[in-house]
Ligand binder design. Structure first.
Ligand SMILES: [Zn+2]
Length: 226
């Protein structure tokens, strides 16, 4: 009830004074309380499954890929509204795509997100049953659709095996991004070429190690129950 993110509308920095009419225990902002009163009056009260974000199915987190910085970022984004915004935007994007659905790449390109942000949002919403993953792929990436848009196609249930694949994908995307960023930095500051190059090599090695660690332990996601 303190100064936090309203789980219904995602607006930050307000005191959640209203109780949601969906369960009389979830705190929402005053505006949402008023809107819910109207929805009740017209018998169109929205259930929490369509608005309660963020969903945090990995032991109370949206999940991370093993490194300390990744963990710190997840904790921060889960509490400051960024995770809930991404989940809402992901749901809205999938709704707009109807039976075409979206791969992580489609979502990343549409919303200018990097791989980890897009695949993280899709993975969490898939795990919680908000969206469905198909066996069908596009550009070798799994297609996600809203549950009412499966249209008889074969579904791909959530498994930790797939999550390991996602950890690998994310690590490799981070690696590519690190190389690109380093090359751009070298172009800007040629005198510092040698130092920049050394830093880049260290960064690449760190990332490869992280990728290996992520594949081997992946402890955080594996211990969460399906
Ligand atoms: Zn609200």
């Amino acid at each position: 009830m303190s100064n936090e993110v309203c789980p219904r509308c995602g607006v930050t920095g307000q005191i959640l004074l209203a109780l949601s009419r969906t369960d009389n225990s979830t705190h929402v902002c005053t505006m949402c309380g008023t809107n819910e009163a109207l929805e009740v009056a017209f018998d169109i009260l929205k259930p929490q499954t369509v608005w309660a974000f963020p969903v945090l199915p990995y032991n109370g987190s949206s999940g991370f890929s093993g490194s300390d910085s990744s963990r710190a970022r997840a904790v921060s984004e889960d509490s400051n509204g960024i995770t809930s915004d991404r989940q809402r935007q992901t749901m809205a994007f999938l709704e707009s795509r109807l039976s075409l659905g979206s791969t992580w790449r489609d979502l990343a390109e549409a919303l200018c997100w990097h791989h980890g942000q897009a695949s993280g949002a899709l993975s969490v919403l898939h795990k919680t049953g908000h969206i469905t993953r198909l066996k069908q792929t596009r550009d070798r990436c799994a297609i996600y659709v809203m549950p009412n848009m499966v249209a008889g196609r074969e579904e791909s249930p959530y498994t930790t095996k797939q999550t390991r694949q996602e950890v690998r994908e994310q690590a490799m995307t981070d690696l590519r991004q690190e190389i690109l960023t380093s090359i751009q930095a070298m172009e800007i500051s040629r005198p510092a070429f040698v130092e920049s190059y050394a830093e880049m090599v260290h960064a690449i090695i760190d990332l490869i190690q992280k990728a290996e660690v992520g594949l081997d332990i992946d402890e955080f996601r594996d211990t969460s129950s399906d």
